[in-house]
Design a protein around this ligand. Structure first.
Ligand SMILES: O=C(O)CCC(=O)C(=O)O
Ligand SMILES: [Fe+2]
Length: 354
């Protein structure tokens, strides 16, 4: 199902768990699932207590936070589409040219790597000679954009931020940043970036996790500064493969850290800390537990592309670990499709990483 032609995405769904699972409680830095109050007390009473939620008042505040978040999620698609319509009618871009991906935005080394990956004799060993393997966790660093493109792209995002346009937030954990779908960046930028440039690379790096069968994404910018979000709690992405590109501007600290795969947590996780290199990107498995340390000064902007493979996630929703219960959604939804039983591509060996 390609949308590389610029036609809107069709036939994608979300999983019903979006309305119940992985609700982030900011003040305790915890993710919880919620069905009703007795279930919350039963499943999380102890761990909430350990995190300082002790009085009835604390517990009621938690309940209120969860109900507000669930309500927000129920209205999310509708509100996002409404914002997108207003933005497409009323927003005046400062740099309209950045909305259509050009080779000139991309680092020459990245273009070379893509060229290699699309050549007939490309293999993993050859690719690994061209990109940096950062740890044994299958995290890789590679140049992606030119520095000039990063500068202009952030300028465009700041122009949007300073405009009167309605703005959503990237996810429960990031309060600042930009949802690229609402700004109209998918059709001519993110979709071709995924299909034409990233997939040849991820196909070699993550063949066991749908890296060769990516068919949708969620893309956004995150922003950290002393007056806004400082850091990001530990989490895994709703993605098979994630691209995280450092765009600038000037900042200190704010390193990323990576632990185990969500499917294989060890009793004492070993973390690897990774610095940002402006204009370079990291590719990692979406299920790798990770977070970001606080920035100490300046402003940090990163482009995040959560890439999804329906062939993989139709079997098991990564957020609830069950067969997905499909619910209608706008656009790419959360990347699930209603596939006839057994249409999984033969070569995808369902993330057998346990
Ligand atoms: O802060 C970052 O660069 C990482 C963001 C991230 O992991 C996410 O939004 O999923
Ligand atoms: Fe993440």
């Amino acid at each position: 199902m390609s949308t590389g032609t610029g036609s809107p995405a069709r036939g994608f769904f979300a999983c019903a768990c979006f309305h119940t699972d992985n609700v982030f409680l900011r003040r305790y830095g915890l993710h919880v699932s919620y069905r009703d109050e007795p279930q919350l007390r039963r499943d999380y009473g102890l761990v909430l207590g350990d995190h300082g939620c002790r009085s009835d008042e604390d517990f009621n505040a938690v309940l209120e936070e969860i109900q507000k978040e669930v309500q927000r999620r129920k209205q999310l698609d509708h509100q996002s589409m409404a914002r997108k319509a207003i933005i497409s009618q009323c927003y005046k871009p400062k740099h309209p040219e950045v909305y259509v991906l050009q080779d000139s935005f991309l680092a020459p080394e990245f273009l070379e790597t893509v060229k290699y990956c699309t050549s007939q004799d490309a293999d993993l060993q050859g690719l690994l000679r061209r990109i940096d393997s950062i740890s044994d966790k299958r995290i890789y660093r590679l140049p992606v954009f030119t520095e000039e493109f990063c500068r202009v792209f952030i300028e465009e995002m700041e122009n949007f931020e300073q405009s009167e346009m309605p703005k959503g937030r990237p996810n429960t954990m990031n309060n600042y940043g930009v949802l690229l779908n609402e700004l109209g960046f998918y059709e001519a930028f993110i979709t071709p970036l995924r299909e034409k440039y990233l997939q040849p690379i991820t196909c070699l790096l993550y063949p066991d996790c749908g890296g060769g069968f990516l068919d949708s994404h969620k893309a956004f910018l995150v922003k950290y500064s002393l007056h806004e979000d400082l850091d990001l709690s530990s989490h895994y992405d709703n993605a098979e493969v994630t691209l995280n590109v450092s765009l600038g501007k000037e900042f200190t600290e704010g390193n990323l850290y990576f632990g185990d795969l969500r499917q294989a947590p060890t009793p004492v996780p070993k973390y690897v800390e990774i610095e940002h290199v402006v204009s370079q990107g990291l590719l990692h498995h979406g299920g790798q537990i990770h977070g970001a340390l606080p920035v100490a000064s300046g402003e940090r902007w990163n482009l995040i592309v959560w890439m999804r493979s329906s062939a993989v996630r139709n079997q098991l929703c990564p957020m609830c670990n069950k067969k997905p219960e499909l619910v209608d959604a706008e656009g790419f939804g959360d990347g699930f499709t209603r596939s006839p039983e057994g249409d999984m591509p033969k070569t995808v060996d369902l993330c057998s990483l346990i």
